[in-house]
Write a new protein. Structure first.
Length: 142
């Protein structure tokens, strides 16, 4: 009996009527400034000896100056997550194993989130112009 009520409340129409999508959008808008504050701050404090307050400031400034790249970055990662989820769901439904979708999606989600966190270093290198590790700079004084 509970299953029927749960299924009815998760239809797109029911979600729209409950304002769930609006609440999700609002929560995302509230989260963005916090994400901008802490995107580069740990790296700046740990690797560049920047004081924490300045690191928070420069993290926001760097995110703002590269906002176009971050929009593309976010859209691409959202597409990867959504595409993987949909493809895996369709595959499992076609194989008749739809009941195991959540069980299989958990390790896949962990893998995608790990890849996302690994990509943070590339955003740091791109925004701050950091050279490859071990690369030496040469002077043109010869």
């Amino acid at each position: 009996m509970m299953g029927a009520a749960d299924e009815a409340s998760t239809t797109p129409e029911a979600l729209a009527a409950q304002g769930t999508l609006g609440a999700l959008f609002f929560a995302t808008l509230l989260y963005l400034p916090v994400a901008m504050l802490f995107w580069f701050a740990p790296v700046l404090v740990a690797w560049h000896d920047v004081p924490p307050a300045k690191a928070l400031f420069f993290s926001v400034v760097s995110c703002w100056r590269n906002r176009g790249a971050f929009v593309v970055y976010g859209v691409l990662w959202f597409s990867v997550a959504l595409g993987t989820s949909l493809a895996l769901s369709l595959l499992l439904q076609a194989l008749g194993a739809g009941a195991y979708a959540l069980t299989i999606m958990m390790p896949v989600t962990i893998l995608i989130v790990t890849m996302l966190y690994c990509s943070f270093y590339a955003t740091y290198r791109g925004c701050f112009g950091v050279q490859e590790p071990g690369a030496t700079t040469t002077t043109s004084g010869r």
